[in-house]
Design a protein around this ligand. Sequence first.
Ligand SMILES: NC(=O)c1ccc[n+]([C@@H]2O[C@H](COP(=O)([O-])OP(=O)(O)OC[C@H]3O[C@@H](n4cnc5c(N)ncnc54)[C@H](O)[C@@H]3O)[C@@H](O)[C@H]2O)c1
Length: 446
Amino acid sequence: MGTEEQSSQKAAGKVAPATGKLGVMVVGLGAVATTMIAGVEAVRRGLAKPIGSLTQMGTIRLGKRTDSTSPLIKDFVPLAKLEDIVFTGWDIFEDNVYEAAAHAEVLDKETLAKLKPYLETIKPLPAVFDQYYVKRLNGTHIKKGKNKRDLANQLIADIRAFKKTVDRVVIIWAASTEIFIEPTAVHQSIEAFEKGLDNDDIAIAPSQIYAYAALSEGVPFANGAPNLTVDTPAMIELSKRNAAPICGKDFKTGQTLMKTVLAPAFKARLLGIKGWFSTNILGNRDGEVLDDPQSFKTKEESKLGSLDYILQPELYPDLYKDLYHKIRINYYPPRGDDKEAWDNIDIFGWLGYPMQIKVNFLCRDSILAAPIALDLVLFLDLAKRTPELRSIGIQEWLSFYLKSPQSAPGLYPEHDLFIQSMKLKNTLRHIMGADLITHLGLEYYD
Ligand SMILES: NC(=O)c1ccc[n+]([C@@H]2O[C@H](COP(=O)([O-])OP(=O)(O)OC[C@H]3O[C@@H](n4cnc5c(N)ncnc54)[C@H](O)[C@@H]3O)[C@@H](O)[C@H]2O)c1
């Protein structure tokens, strides 16, 4: 203790091995999902490298810096192998994954052609959908039921059928952003939620019905969009009760990734910020959905939170109290998935002298999101096999991947990317009974 490494209390119980097939059910087979699925297949065939994926390419240091021991994460913790992943999913359109990927226009035609026979085999199950919650979409491949409880039961039947073909299942929401919904009485307990399903409560959106079905079946659930979904007391309770780990919300990919790298740097150096203006253009279906003010509101809330939590204006009123933070997303079809983001940051330094920083990120939305979706699936499966993690509900150590990370009630979330990265790696060290790394390092100078 008090050295660069710190003894981790011995992890309670061993992590179960990842034997057999991991079934991944993706809600929404759109740009992100198809880029992940096609990418996993391309990597399995040796056609490309899994760049951007911590589970596939990341290493983890163990012991002292002088020990030079840094295995690959996938060799240190028992993760499912890409070869053992089996994909399926739901969508409101009937397109198979090849057709959906071709429509999304993220991956080039040549790559898709090589993967076509495999991608064509993955056909979506009919979805639970209601246009009230996503105004800009109108799908036809949807389930009919007498109420929301009935729809939940149909999803449970889908999950049970898939379970018979694989050894373990994880579900991830990569479907469209729903309208902004605030938690109500129906979200406060499992009982209230179930009553709400029976009564078709309007505050229960489709994403929550999927989450309920997953957690009822003890299946881990990740939320890649900013919807409420698993971020309610009822779902947290169900997650704990059925040992089904959860995490959310909203993949942290482009602009917010940059924000949660830059803001900690300004704060660490005590540089003030007067204003932060962020704007984006994107032209994919996600952009079209976010063009609706009610879906945009959900996204805006998710994107706004990070700066406040990182900068702690209540502790640094002279530096951040008057910060003006504005976010815009503009739907601009010519760009497709190739988003462009601009940030103008008005900072000030010594004696209050002003300066400016401009960030212009020309990114590819789904290329950034796909490895995140893959890592979340693999780590949630790991959590489910880890006695110490499986029944705690929210997996805060996965905040690293999320724009608006869920944390325990009353606990503020960590947004700083480097704190999140350290937390994730220390969690892996901890569950494997290895020493934690605090970066104190005095022992090198004894
Ligand atoms: N790409 C990124 O960088 C990024 C980052 C953060 C969050 N996200 C979020 O991830 C989600 C997916 O993004 P995308 O670019 O793949 O969008 P997309 O529009 O290409 O795909 C979403 C898919 O979900 C389907 N869908 C909608 N409602 C559904 C329902 N109830 N059940 C089943 N399927 C449903 C749609 O038909 C569509 O095929 C969005 O919510 C987006 O905001 C994306």
